[in-house]
Design a protein around this ligand. Structure first.
Ligand code: G3I
Length: 301
């Protein structure tokens, strides 16, 4: 293949990018997006603060715009994210207990229902585990409603959109460590008890090296009977950037249940990481060495 999406498709994978819908009027941006990617995810527009700015008042303008762009261009859509401790609307930040639990589950139901049939995979719950060595849940207003809030969210999402793959998504899970093991144990428990979960997203916001057991970590999750996806890939600029991009791509291709890779933006200038220059296209829209490394890896073998 001569594009990321074509080369990935030959290997049975998708290749996606996070999109800021405000940039869909930027010709250079859309040109790259439509040429190279066959999956999109909203960088912000499907989050709780964007979709339910006032309790019970839902706004889907940005998300609908992205879905319609995807449909018109043969792209699938990842939904991001139904519940997260960050980017909550102010009204939810100030809630607790059963009122928050009910509001959160209602949010899942309403948003997943609105987009029913349009979403390939939903990040149902994002970043619910703590960093560091505890392997425990992150403290948050949602966690304080009870440890079962995650499974309640997955059950509500399944009921609302039975056709969407339901994912748990997190970062700092790039190898076998306390945090990824905490998530692993949750997924194993969910599978054992029949809680509906289909996939785990590995954000993969990476620095200047990659954990040696990155692929082994993906594989142990796949062995639980879930798909795995690289969901927010970006890599610190430097002499290792292209190699790390290639290694992540190779790891996904080596794990049968790794269904696709999403990079968290298009050009370096579109990235939340600013001067890290962490993406595949430079600020002028030119392909970087990292791009060629990913493409060559997708085409190898
Ligand atoms: O839209 C407002 C604008 O009106 C206002 O003037 C401006 C002033 O700060 O803020 C704008 O909103 C910003 C928004 O991005 C859109 O640009 C928010 O402040 C800013 O916080 C927000 O950042 C996003 C961040 O999530 C929020 O936590 C990033 O774009 C987005 O890339 C980032 O994505 C997250 C994933 O969802 C989850 N995993 C980590 C990843 C990177 O942080």
């Amino acid at each position: 293949g001569t594009t990321l999406k074509a080369a990935a498709a030959e290997k049975g994978r998708y290749f996606g990018a996070a999109v800021a819908t405000g940039k869909l009027s930027d010709g250079q941006y859309v040109g790259i997006l439509n040429r190279e990617f066959n999956s999109v995810v909203a960088e912000n527009e499907m989050k709780w603060d964007a979709t339910e700015p006032q309790q019970g008042r839902f706004t889907y303008t940005g998300g609908d715009r992205l879905v319609s762009h995807a449909r018109a261009n043969g792209m699938s859509v990842r939904g991001h994210a139904l519940l997260w401790h960050a980017q909550q609307p102010g009204w939810a930040q100030n809630m607790s207990g059963s009122a928050l639990r009910n509001a959160a589950i209602n949010h899942v139901t309403q948003v997943a229902t609105h987009f029913r049939g349009q979403i390939h995979s939903w990040d149902v719950v994002n970043e619910a585990f703590a960093d560091g060595g505890s392997g425990a849940r992150r403290d948050s207003n949602l966690q304080r409603t009870g440890n079962d809030w995650i499974e309640a969210a997955f059950r509500a999402a399944r009921a609302a959109d039975p056709g969407a793959k339901l994912c748990y998504n997190d970062y700092n899970t790039d190898g076998i460590n306390a945090k990824s093991t905490g998530i692993y144990n949750m997924v194993r428990d969910f599978k054992a008890r029949g809680v509906p979960i289909d996939c785990v997203g590995f954000q993969s916001h990476l620095g200047t090296s990659l954990a040696g057991d990155y692929q082994a970590n993906l594989q142990r999750f796949a062995d639980l009977g879930v798909d795995v996806q690289i969901t927010e890939l970006d890599v610190m600029t430097g002499p290792n950037q292209a190699n790390i991009y290639a290694a992540v791509t190779r790891a996904c291709l080596a794990v049968a249940r790794c269904t696709g890779v999403t990079v968290w933006g298009v050009r370096d200038s579109d990235s939340w990481r600013g001067s890290d220059d962490a993406l595949l296209f430079d600020r002028s829209g030119n392909k970087k060495a990292a791009y060629n490394a990913v493409l060559d890896t997708l085409n190898a073998g």
